[in-house]
Design a protein around this ligand. Structure first.
Ligand SMILES: Nc1ncnc2c1ncn2[C@@H]1O[C@H](COP(=O)(O)OP(=O)(O)OP(=O)(O)O)[C@@H](O)[C@H]1O
Ligand SMILES: [Mg+2]
Length: 320
């Protein structure tokens, strides 16, 4: 598989030792979906925003992110604006924050086309309706004349997907795109994303292991600004190596086992950004931790890698 995105030692630093992303490596092939998963605050969104040059002004970004041969880190605003939408685009959790509440849906899609194509105004509006149809919006011509609040959450997210894909980007980033949707609509939107990104690399951010199972080819588990485990979805979900991954999996229902009442949560807290981390960042919450964990473990393994001195070796059922 051709590697399309290659991220190396990506860091996002807010100054005075407040490093929120602490050296992330990722890679995604064409047509592949990588799910980035981890608890709130572990640096998933900042990692994605860094790829688009959209981190907050106070953040200093370093490292490398190559999309094919294009380096994304350290680019000027003008270049990044050209790359965004054309080569990389992003879908956020809440489409209302990305859509203009007072502009008709069709006009908003046409405006995006104006940036990326040389189509005439009427051609853009026709294309906007086609794009809406292509993401399964029925009665698209009438819908195109409606305002965002007149559409359901699922419909709005479909609109965002059509906008994100309008410029035929190589890489689509989706940051918790279905969290606000109910389960049935979530499944439909995931199916649509899967189908529409067959030839596009998809970086899918979620904290939901159930969603990971549905969409991912490969998984990167993040903890405290680092990737602590990566592998195929099957490897990571069925035989988690890192105790953190195993704990995340314990907190979602196992479809193969009867429900056993309340799901356990992981005791303790993710270290705050700027908190001094010595050794493995997970060690204060980890049942397997010992003195060795005072030294930070590197990712190790073959293909399926984990940063742990005492990784699990069994299947999910055995480690749970
Ligand atoms: N402008 C900022 N200044 C300082 N710290 C920040 C800033 N923006 C984000 N952070 C911190 O960086 C950390 C990582 O944030 P990020 O949004 O990437 O987390 P996340 O994994 O996406 O979490 P969630 O699942 O809640 O979306 C958080 O602890 C957050 O408080
Ligand atoms: Mg986030």
């Amino acid at each position: 598989m051709t590697e399309l995105l290659r991220v190396r030692d990506l860091r996002v630093d807010f100054g005075a030792g407040r490093e929120a992303v602490r050296g992330v490596d990722l890679s995604i092939g064409r047509g592949e979906t990588l799910a980035v998963v981890g608890e709130s605050g572990c640096g998933k969104s900042l990692t994605a925003l860094a790829l688009l040059g959209l981190t907050p002004p106070a953040a200093r970004v370093s490292g490398s992110a190559k999309l094919a041969d294009t380096e994304l880190i350290g680019r000027g605003d003008r270049e990044l604006r050209r790359i965004r939408g054309d080569r990389v685009s992003m879908i956020f959790q809440d489409p209302m924050s990305s859509l203009n509440p007072t502009t008709k849906i069709g006009t908003q899609i046409a405006e995006v086309l104006a940036i990326h194509t040389s189509m005439s105004r009427s051609a853009r509006l026709r294309r906007a309706v086609e794009l809406m149809e292509s993401v399964g919006i029925t009665d698209a011509a009438a819908r195109a004349r409606q305002l965002p609040h007149e559409l359901s959450g699922g419909m709005r997210q479909r609109v965002m997907i059509s906008i994100a894909l309008a410029g035929a980007p190589d890489l689509l980033i989706a940051d918790e795109p279905t969290t606000a949707l109910d389960v049935t609509v979530q499944a439909q939107v995931l199916a649509l994303l899967r189908e529409r990104t067959r030839d596009t690399a998809l970086l899918f951010i979620t904290h939901d292991m159930g969603v990971v199972a549905e969409i991912a080819d490969r998984v990167a588990v993040m903890y405290a600004g680092r990737v602590v485990e990566t592998g195929t979805a099957r490897e990571v979900l069925e035989s988690p190596r890192h105790p953190y991954t195993a704990a995340l999996l314990r907190s979602v229902p196992d479809p193969d086992r009867p429900p056993t009442g309340d799901l356990p949560t992981i005791p303790g807290q993710v270290p705050a950004v700027g908190e001094r981390i010595e050794g493995c960042a997970f060690r204060s919450r980890c049942a397997r931790a010992d003195d060795e964990c005072g030294t930070a473990p590197e990712l190790s393994g073959d293909g399926h890698v984990a940063a742990c001195w005492h990784p699990h070796t069994g299947t999910r059922t055995e480690v749970a």
